[in-house]
Ligand binder design. Structure first.
Ligand code: XIL
Length: 531
């Protein structure tokens, strides 16, 4: 697979790309058939107005094999490609796409597919396919694929995964990812994990004055820039960090992180305006004696306004649910002082300050295993929607266990949000290998064996597959893992885990082995590739 150093430019919860269309011509090179012709088909997989994801499918319709192929096209409008995968693309309108090292050889009837993402200033332009060797495919490859593409983009996961599937079929030649110690013998390596998904692939980071800030560890920066298209601050954009006293906002650390992300073409998911957790609520707020709701509105407005244009999306309110209360609302400071309306107010204030950011309600244990909590989530979301509150989606934290909940329960939960027309974002994914709530003695695994790695890989893979299967393209807010290296995971400090190693993330290191991609990484890549 080609290495892209071209970072993703992210804006407003979606990948911002330049769009491509126009003339598409397929040229077969190095064919062993005398009259080699291949057909080519252009599909727009998703189109959000200012950008799109498209794929080109090249099929060898000849009786002989071909060794390489090349496609060229030119856009009539302002469409420009900014990111591509599964082919080498050169030029800048016209563009030339050559097969990647691993997908040039096509036996009769075989297909190669490559994809790209672009920006446009309007609806995605559908290219007119005219190439000499495209079997006159201009009409069929043009308008026909245009209309079929919109239905495919809204129907299901097929567009994103299928666009990458050709790459996966031969990805064994690509090399960077598989980690021998991870037990991954046949893993799908990805030189850039984010390039496999037309939605944000995120990671939570420590920054500012936190221990092991990624800004002080070059190796982390390299890895983040290589594999991720979105960052979430693990802590430094929470209430007490940004708003330490009533009249003081401290944006310096967060700005430093946001600037780094912008420089590297990486987006930001904001986390979070309002969170009950004791030490995250500034002490001045806990004893605030004025108009609490007005104060909270101001808090949200000021922070949303500061980051407007720099964040793709926000967890507007975090963990407001307590399924053991008949009201479903956690008896937090906010609930006590402002009533349930603080949630709707926060969404309204955020939307007014930054109308372009996608706004999420975020919580844990909502991914299906706890049906009471899921029911509370749905009840609250339904109420917000009925009241016309500008909520765009639901964040599922997904601090799941390796064996709980089942992926079918996750599918049910995702589906319930999809059914409401809302985006689904996996916001804090980690998969520890030990389950403190299981009936078997804890920890179940005291070392990270090949077998454990394979179990974890399968778990990660099935979670991503569930997401792709259930959430249609236009409702995918993305997938974020809660940390980069196993040794940095917050779970190491989590009380009920008694400090045991859980190896919950996609990368090993630094304390428990060299930094490298794990089998879990391959599991995510394979799912994204449709393998
Ligand atoms: C965690 C951080 O990762 C820790 O460093 C911090 O000590 C506590 O908070 N759900 C959330 C996150 O929404 O904000 C939490 O992050 C993890 C659980």
């Amino acid at each position: 697979m080609k290495t892209f150093n071209f970072p993703l430019a992210l804006q407003r919860s979606r990948l911002l790309f330049r769009r491509a269309s126009g003339t598409l011509a397929l040229i077969i090179l190095g064919t062993s058939a005398s009259d080699a012709l291949a057909s080519c088909e252009y599909n727009i997989n998703s189109d959000w107005g200012s950008g799109f994801v498209a794929s080109v499918r090249v099929t060898n319709d000849t009786a002989g094999s071909v060794n390489s192929w090349q496609v060229q096209w030119q856009y009539s409008g302002d469409n420009r490609i900014v990111h591509h995968w599964s082919s080498d693309i050169s030029g800048n309108n016209p563009y030339t796409a050559s097969n990647a090292a691993w997908n040039g050889s096509l036996q009769p009837g075989q297909t190669a597919e490559f994809g790209f993402q672009g920006t446009a200033s309007g609806p995605a332009e559908v290219p007119q396919v005219t190439g000499l060797l495209c079997d006159g495919g201009s009409s069929s490859g043009g308008s026909t694929s245009s209309s079929s593409s919109s239905s495919s983009s809204s129907s299901s996961s097929s567009s994103s995964s299928s666009s990458s599937s050709s790459s996966s079929s031969s990805s064994s030649s690509s090399s960077s990812g598989s980690s021998s110690s991870s037990g991954s013998s046949s893993g799908a390596s990805a030189e850039n994990l984010y390039s496999l998904a037309p939605f944000p692939i995120g990671v939570a980071v420590s920054a500012g004055y936190e221990n092991r800030s990624f800004l002080s560890i070059a190796e982390k920066q390299t890895s983040i820039a290589q594999h991720f298209s979105q960052l979430t601050a693990g802590n430094i954009m929470k209430m007490s960090y940004l708003h330490p006293s009533e009249n003081t906002y401290d944006f310096a650390n967060a700005d430093q992180m946001v600037n780094w992300a912008e420089t590297n073409g990486i987006g930001i998911h904001g986390h979070t305006f309002i969170w009950h957790s004791d030490y995250q609520v500034p002490s001045w707020m806990q004893s605030y004696s004025g108009d609490f709701q007005a104060m909270l509105d101001d808090h949200v407005t000021t922070i949303a306004d500061h980051f407007a244009g720099s964040v793709d999306s926000w967890d507007v309110v975090n963990e407001a649910i307590d399924e053991n209360q008949s009201s479903c609302y956690r008896n937090s400071l906010f609930y006590q002082r402002a009533g349930a309306g603080y949630i709707a107010n926060a969404f309204r204030a955020a939307d007014a300050a930054d109308p372009n950011a996608d706004l999420y309600y975020n919580d844990y244990d909502t991914e299906g295993g706890n049906s009471n909590k899921l029911n509370c989530l749905l009840q609250i979301v339904d109420g917000l929607q009925a009241d016309g509150v500008p909520i765009d989606g639901v964040g599922f934290q997904m601090h799941v266990q390796i064996d709980w909940p089942s992926t079918s329960q996750m599918r049910t939960a995702f589906q319930a949000i999809v059914d409401r027309g809302l985006k689904v974002k996996i916001t804090e994914l980690d998969v520890p290998v030990n389950n403190p709530y299981a009936s078997t003695p804890f920890p179940q695994y005291t070392s990270y064996t090949t077998e454990v790695a394979a179990l974890q890989k399968a778990r990660y893979k099935s979670i991503v597959e569930a997401y792709l299967d259930v959430v249609p393209t236009n409702l995918r807010g993305g997938i974020t893992v809660w940390g980069l290296w196993d040794g940095d995971s917050w779970l190491l400090d989590f009380s009920n885990r008694q400090g045991v190693d859980d190896w919950p993330l996609l990368f090993s290191g630094p304390a428990n082995g060299p930094y490298e991609e794990k089998a879990a990484f391959d599991g995510v890549a394979e799912a994204l590739l449709g393998q």
